[in-house]
Design a protein around this ligand. Sequence first.
Ligand code: E4P
Length: 217
Amino acid sequence: MKLFVDTGNVKEIEALASLGILDGVTTNPSLMARESGDYRQILKQICQIVKGPVSGEVVATDTAGMIREGREIAAIDEHMVVKVPFTKQGVEACRTLASEGTRVNVTLIFSATQAWLAAKVGASYVSPFVGRLDDIGTTGMTLIREIVDIFDNFEYATEVLVASVRHPIHVVEAARMGADVVTCPPAVIEQCFKHPLTDIGLEKFLKDWEKAQGVKA
Ligand code: E4P
């Protein structure tokens, strides 16, 4: 399963990329609004750090506007993926952009039928939002299982990109279900590294080693 980071912050991306664990980046208008500077420049910078798919989202809501913005985003760098919201206009824009060879990530997916329709028009990725489904009292991960099953049945090339991830359990479940990609906020990636027994174990190893050196001296 590929790991993308869900942020527009260059420093956070640099820190994770240097560990060698990052396969790509997702951004959205809310995340980009937190960063200062021209968003195109920021996306360009991100593409130079992570040589993998980097999603940049359109803000237009009409088909022509999404196509125009999508072409601009795609022109930033060869690694750019155009993110469009799942609406009728987004589906239409996806079909046009995909037919031009642009990779499209259809976002704000909350049902299996939405994912299926996006796959039919050539989306490279669908982004189902599991955390936001959990927030309304449903089980977000059930949607991932449904989409993975459907895409397997019909051998769609569209990748299932699990989004709105809130904790490492989402990550483990996504991997077990065979999702292609999980995109995590940096804080969740940090949690994936952590285990108190690792810290306690390392501390004990080092203490025992130091003690033994003192005895030998
Ligand atoms: C996905 O690409 C979105 O940017 C993101 O995962 C949304 O997550 P949120 O529900 O935590 O805002």
